[in-house]
Design a protein around this ligand. Structure first.
Ligand code: CA
Length: 362
């Protein structure tokens, strides 16, 4: 029932958008009802890239709706702790949330595919799966079980592999390593002999500096430089095999979503798409600049993981995900779509973006 309501809501919103281009449009005037909503997020208030991206999203919605949909943003801990965002929005205590779907793997491991998985799709490929593959439909189907609807609303791009105080020359160098790394990536590290630690953003720097962890991943040069991680470790490894294109989400309580008139639903969807592009663009610009600072001013040793290490981590990742798929049919359904799309998308990438980059190397 809920599923059909979502789809009819989307169809109505799309139809209304199409009518907007039609001079003979005979639809009724838009509703003037005003909605004052609240949004809770998993990010610290105004956190660069992520928190500021949320501010951009709600500004787009306010401006496009001419003030008919106003959203007050609450960062992590301001109204509820970061990891309570999902339940708070699902229960309708607030109407909207912003986070990353992999934080909700405790509900079902299937949520992670809508954020990122190790050796998964890049931002380009994720957007293709979401908007022109089955990704968004599968996401809506999964979240409707929790009385939610989710949309892509930001992307970090490929993250960095992380900060280490020793060289990683072989898979054996991961043995005994205590590393802050969440999610499936953490499980992969554990099977490679390391110890994954899950720490909130606020505790990472001190843990690395005092040696209570040996290594950490965070995001990429822009956020990592701001967090001062280069003062606590010497080696900065790439690429972020565990987070190759992390999609951030805007989640909405389904009852609240269905209470919006179709034009406001359309505005929310379009604003999410705009925010998705905006955040990716900001990360690309600022990561490039911060990487240059780290290499040329801070003297950080930026180096790739050896191919042997990447290959082993990839094979462990496949083991872990295939196990998850046998334990939860929702994982199996999403993984089948994801895997097939990624395989086809990769063949295209190899002769387009990747071939272009490789053939124009200096
Ligand atoms: Ca990360």
């Amino acid at each position: 029932m809920k599923r059909r309501e979502i789809l009819s809501g989307l169809a109505a919103a799309t139809a209304l958008t199409a009518c907007g281009n039609n001079q003979n449009n005979t639809t009724t005037q838009p509703s003037t009802e005003q909605f004052n909503w609240r949004m809770v997020t998993t990010w610290l208030p105004n956190f660069p890239g992520l928190g500021t991206g949320v501010n951009t999203l709600v500004r787009y919605i306010r401006e496009l709706s001419q003030g008919r949909l106003n959203i007050s943003v609450y960062g992590a801990g301001e109204l509820v702790p970061a990891f309570e965002v999902f339940d708070t929005v699902a229960q309708g205590a607030v109407e909207m949330g912003h986070g990353a779907a992999y934080y909700w793997r405790g509900k079902t491991e299937a949520t992670q595919f809508f954020a990122t998985i190790p050796f998964g799709m890049t931002a380009h490929e994720m957007n293709a799966w979401m908007y022109y593959g089955d990704g968004l439909d599968l996401w809506h189907e999964l979240y409707s079980e929790f009385n939610l609807i989710g949309f892509p609303a930001g992307n970090t791009g490929v993250q960095m592999g992380g900060w280490f105080n020793k060289e990683i020359n072989s898979i054996d160098d991961l043995r005994g390593l205590k590393m802050r790394i969440p999610g499936i990536g953490g499980e992969v590290l554990r099977r490679a002999g390391g110890t994954p630690i899950n720490l909130p953003q606020s505790e990472i720097y001190t843990a690395l500096q005092t040696g209570s962890i040996d290594a950490t991943e965070w995001v990429g040069p822009y956020n990592d430089l701001a967090a001062g991680l280069h003062d606590a470790a010497q080696y900065y490894y790439y690429p972020g095999w565990h987070e190759p294109g992390t999609t951030l989400e805007c989640m909405i309580n389904l009852d609240a979503w269905l209470s919006l008139p179709p034009d406001l639903r359309s505005i929310v969807m379009i604003a999410c798409q705009a925010a998705n592009l905006d955040m990716m663009s900001e990360f690309n610009a600022r990561n490039a600049n911060a990487l240059s600072t780290l290499m040329n001013q801070e003297g950080i040793d930026v180096r790739p993981f050896p191919q042997e290490v990447m290959a082993r981590l990839k094979s462990i990742t496949n083991e872990v995900i295939n196990e998850l798929a046998t334990e939860d049919e929702r994982v199996e359904k999403v993984w089948n779509s994801y895997r097939a799309f990624q395989s086809e998308a990769r063949s295209w990438q190899e002769v387009s973006e990747q071939a272009y980059m490789e053939s124009t190397e200096e």
